[in-house]
Design a protein around this ligand. Structure first.
Ligand SMILES: [Zn+2]
Length: 154
């Protein structure tokens, strides 16, 4: 490597080169190294701060909106009044989202708006499914009877 291509004194690369070669470190390079390490420290602090802010946002959204995974919800309400009803749950979630929106910080609004749109769509879908429920109910009931009879015969 020719001397011209080496990093000049006063750069972190020159500081590293001095250390590697066991050369004495001049003031210019010592200062460059110190500034570079302060800059790295500053960037680490900013990254940590951003991560904390993101975690705070997630926590706040999580407590404002209780989310029930759609796959876990039964499509038909059972005879038992304590059975979860997807339409009631969706309306309750919608109410929670609207409450959260009324108190939301500006940066929380986009996520809550998306959630509200999803819930409006889901409530509309569930209402449209209502016609199919009586048949699905009868089917579930018939299956439960078969299972009970098999168990009794044992
Ligand atoms: Zn130097």
């Amino acid at each position: 490597m020719s001397e011209r291509r080496l990093a000049p004194c006063g750069t972190p690369a020159a500081y590293d080169r001095h250390r590697r070669r066991g050369e004495p470190v001049d003031d210019l390079c010592a200062r460059a190294n110190k500034e570079a390490s302060l800059e790295r420290q500053r960037k680490r602090r900013v990254r940590a701060q951003k991560a904390r802010a993101r975690a705070d946002d997630a926590r706040r959204l999580g407590s404002a909106v209780r989310l029930a995974p759609v796959a876990d919800l039964p499509l038909t309400p059972g005879d038992d009044a304590s059975d979860p009803n997807p339409l009631t749950d969706a309306r309750e979630d919608y109410r929670l989202v609207m409450t959260a929106l009324s108190r939301a910080l500006p940066r929380e609004v986009p996520a809550l708006s998306r959630r509200r749109e999803e819930l409006v769509q889901r409530i509309a879908d569930l209402k449209a499914q209502k016609d199919a429920i009586p048949f699905a109910d009868r089917l579930a009931e018939a299956r439960a009877r078969v299972v009970r009879r098999r168990a009794e015969r044992r």
